[in-house]
Ligand binder design. Structure first.
Ligand code: NAD
Length: 494
């Protein structure tokens, strides 16, 4: 990474953003705009359109028209593939610009952002582009006087609602399979991280995606997001974000056209360390990285450390040492390990969780404070809290910040019991040299993703989805395609 290039990009003013509807950039119907504050320094970076319900309806109408006249779904698979491959190339060609813009908007440290945002988004789009002409229908084994054909059809208009932690990566998880299968999409990025994703949408048009196939409306969740959720003309809603919003989306679907709703929600992922872990120092570094990168704003963050009681003190000290080696600061500095918290609201919420943990008997071993306040930005010291009981708020509620709660356990059964004692089930990890124990943990810990002797780093070939209140369905891999197709049976008398 070239610090000079990054600095040159960050010095550039960012022009105001507007919606993308029917292939055109348009302002909000009432002219409304929202200030976008950079978490790096708390200053106004630019503005975006503050969408209205009418804007969302216009975007949905555009997507519907594009779907009905088959300007995209009707193209030969090879033609769709060519456009999506070109889009992935353009994302890669503009990777640094996109990453720096995204970091100025959401505060993720640049080293991680570059890989996880444009890098991952381009890879995802390419993965589904390559897959789209390898997906076949089926002939059912019916009696010989009947031909039972099963076709995979696009669903129609997909509404995609995206959070702020990794807008391009998560955006691509929805856009890749949705567009590959011939759907039209209306995107609703997060209020506090929309810029890089909006620019990525422009690149899709540049790559040859027909106007109207991909529309994007910025604005508040409770206005444009609600309007999308209640629309009678959106066929599938795909969402990544908090459980509270997920619950509302299910209600919107029930109150409108019973659209399919797929939810990727939060987590409270247990990172379980046994005394027989192959290398406790490596494990300690993985625990620190697993919770503190991107200031803990990672859905699969290992936010609960469950550690075998016999090594509790030494292991906590090792994690604290690994944490002290992670410098917090300007996310556009290539050496920064932990960038800014996305917003002041989120920062205050994080600090509130630490206070609550202390009031419930937890002890702060390191961190616990807002730091670098003189920058005007939103920074928090990575925080480790010990003495967190299985029923404590810090065990039960997702912080979505750089806060690690530590709970000791004495047996395999107890580890599993504590690990499973939340409403979530997104990710988890176990460190042990005992193969049977590792397999038992993979089997018994109730999550969508389980890591053994490593944490994070999964790629696009494997599904990511939660169980319990962490959601339904999955992003990534060929399995994600199921969300974006209908199965149609043709029953033909021979
Ligand atoms: P959020 O629920 O506040 O917002 C997510 C999106 O929903 C935003 O675009 C927002 O504008 C929109 N929204 C808000 N209210 C809405 C409403 N009433 N109707 C429709 N849309 C509405 O979540 P967030 O704070 O942006 O993201 C953090 C959450 O996302 C965390 O819980 C995190 O764990 C989760 N997450 C999950 C995954 C996963 O794959 N499971 C990945 C990343 C983040």
């Amino acid at each position: 990474m070239d610090q000079q290039k990054i600095d040159a990009l960050r010095a550039q003013a960012v022009a105001p953003f507007s919606h993308l509807i029917d292939g055109k950039h348009v302002p909000a119907s009432d002219g409304g705009t929202m200030d976008i504050l950079s978490p790096i320094d708390g200053r106004v970076l630019t503005t975006t359109a503050k969408g209205t319900a009418a804007d969302m309806e216009a975007a949905i109408a555009s997507a519907r028209a594009a779907f009905e006249d088959r300007r995209w779904a009707g193209q030969p698979p090879a033609a769709r593939k060519k456009v999506l491959m070109k889009w992935a190339d353009l994302i890669e060609e503009n990777a640094l610009e996109l990453a720096v813009l995204g970091v100025r908007d959401n505060g993720t440290e640049i080293a991680m952002a570059l890989k996880a945002e444009p890098g991952s988004a381009a890879g995802t789009i390419r993965y589904y582009a390559e897959a789209l002409d390898k997906i076949y229908g089926e002939i059912a084994p019916t009696s010989s006087d009947i031909l039972g054909m099963i076709q995979k059809e696009p669903v129609g208009v997909v509404g995609a609602i995206i959070p702020w932690n990794f807008p391009m990566m998560i955006g691509a998880w929805k856009l890749g399979p949705a567009l590959a299968m011939g759907n039209s999409v209306v995107l609703k990025p997060s209020e506090t991280a929309s810029l890089s994703l909006m620019r990525m949408c422009d690149l899709a048009l540049e790559a040859g995606l027909p106007p109207g196939v991909l529309n994007a409306v910025t604005g508040e969740g409770k206005i444009v997001g609600e309007s999308m959720g209640l629309s009678m003309d959106v066929d599938v809603l795909v969402f990544t974000g908090s459980g509270g919003t997920g619950r509302r989306l299910m209600e919107y679907a029930a109150r409108s056209n019973m659209k399919r709703v797929y939810l990727e929600l939060g987590g409270k992922s247990p990172h379980i360390i046994f005394a027989d872990a192959p290398d406790l120092d490596v494990a300690a570094k993985a625990v620190a990285g697993g919770i503190f990168r991107n200031s803990g704003q990672v859905c699969v963050a290992g936010s609960r450390l469950l550690v075998e009681a016999s090594i509790h003190d030494d292991f906590v000290a090792a994690v604290a040492k690994a944490t002290s080696g992670m410098n917090v600061g300007d996310p556009l500095n290539v050496d920064t390990a932990i960038g800014a918290v996305n917003s002041e609201v989120q920062l205050m919420q994080n600090l509130g969780f630490v206070e609550t943990a202390q009031s419930e008997g937890g002890e702060v071993v390191t961190g616990g404070d807002r730091i670098l306040q003189d920058t005007g930005g939103y920074y928090m010291a990575p925080t480790i809290v010990t003495g967190v009981t299985p029923d404590a708020t810090l065990t039960q509620k997702e912080v979505f910040g750089p806060v690690l709660g530590v709970t000791p356990f004495n047996s395999d059964d107890e580890a599993v019991q504590i690990a499973n004692a939340t409403v979530y089930g997104l990710a988890g990890g176990v460190w042990t040299a005992n193969l049977s124990r590792a397999h038992r943990m993979v089997r018994d810990v109730r999550t969508g993703v389980m890591h053994v002797n490593t944490y994070g780093g999964a790629d696009g070939t494997v599904p990511l989805g939660g169980v319990g209140q962490s959601g339904n369905g999955s992003d990534k891999s060929l399995h994600a395609i199921e969300k974006y197709i209908n199965l149609k049976t043709a029953w033909i008398k021979l």
